[in-house]
Design a protein around this ligand. Structure first.
Ligand code: MN
Length: 132
């Protein structure tokens, strides 16, 4: 179980993500835009962030780049949620610093697998070396 921040502006997608994550036993924080998502990430230090790419105002790629530049949030894994399915877009997500990438519509098995893999990786990284 982890504390997961969902940044998603679409109400139906948010509802589905909340349902899937709470069924998996995770605690949730939610934001409907990048700016409030960034604030929550800094204040609440979630274990993982699900970041919609297409957001009003600042998009999810710009928000992820800011998270990864900020030492207080750089270590939090970010999974991009996107309707885009082009290879070029996947590369843009990785360049922005996203740790994972999921194309919408969300499928529970894929979502759970991506989350579990990153939480495990993050815990291993924390155990393996000193954190600054
Ligand atoms: Mn959106």
């Amino acid at each position: 179980m982890a504390l997961v921040l969902i940044v998603e502006d679409n109400a139906a997608n948010m509802k589905l993500a909340r349902l899937l994550l709470s069924n998996a036993g995770h605690s949730l924080l939610t934001a409907v835009d990048a700016e409030s998502g960034l604030m929550l990430a800094r204040e609440q230090q979630p274990d993982l962030i699900l970041m919609d790419i297409q957001l009003p105002g600042m998009d999810g790629l710009a928000a992820t780049a800011l998270l990864k530049k900020d030492p207080s949030t750089a270590a939090i894994p970010v999974i991009a949620l996107t309707a885009m399915a082009m290879k070029e877009d996947k590369e843009k997500c990785h360049r922005a610093g996203c740790d994972g990438y999921i194309a919408k519509p969300l499928r529970y098995a894929e979502l759970y697998a991506a989350i579990d893999a990153l939480l495990l990786k993050y815990k291993r990284a924390t155990v393996a070396g000193p954190t600054s």
